[in-house]
Design a protein around this ligand. Structure first.
Ligand code: FES
Length: 163
């Protein structure tokens, strides 16, 4: 088995042990662990996915399957801020496409890409639960509702200097 220190800091490993301990069946901790690792390391590297699989006693392929199935999990490095634009019906009919075009223009990148300064990554996601204030988007953990093309620049600027 790979050593934890090859992939994680002592604190990260300790946090992961705490997460695993919350579940009677270690394999049930797969999503919380992947979510944690992504938060701690920015993405899910091949090494991290391999380690987590061994850590909870599932075949290696299982963590890779989960990591590539969910749109909120990333196997490649992403920018410091993750911009997630909802593409579902309520947002679509209320101007999500215009907002998305505005974001692409403002950031100078396409969907799925990261700005050259690695500050922003732009992705489309399924419903984020703010249909009554569509169009909506999330940046990191912040929900932005009733977004307009005109507000895109201001919203992005408020993140540029944030760590
Ligand atoms: S459809 Fe966009 S938040 Fe629900």
């Amino acid at each position: 088995m790979m050593k934890s220190t090859e992939v994680f800091s002592a604190k990260e490993f300790s946090d992961m042990e705490n997460i695993r301990a919350r579940y009677q069946e270690p394999a049930s901790a797969i999503l919380p662990l992947l979510h944690y690792v992504q938060g701690a390391q920015g993405h899910l590297s091949e090494q991290a996915l391999t380690f987590v699989a061994e850590f909870i006693g599932v075949p290696h392929v299982r963590t890779f399957e989960v990591a590539t199935y969910y749109t909120m999990l990333f196997t490649e490095p992403v920018g410091r801020h993750l911009v997630q634009v909802c593409r579902n019906l309520s947002c679509h009919v209320n101007g999500a496409e215009e907002v998305l075009q505005g974001l692409k223009r403002e950031l100078g990148i396409d969907v799925g890409a990261t700005t050259p300064d690695r500050v922003f990554t732009l992705v489309e996601v399924e419903c984020i639960g703010a249909c009554d204030h569509a169009p909506a988007m999330m940046i990191d953990g912040d929900l932005h509702r009733s977004v307009t093309v005109d507000s895109v620049s201001r919203i992005l600027n408020s993140y540029r200097e944030k760590p």
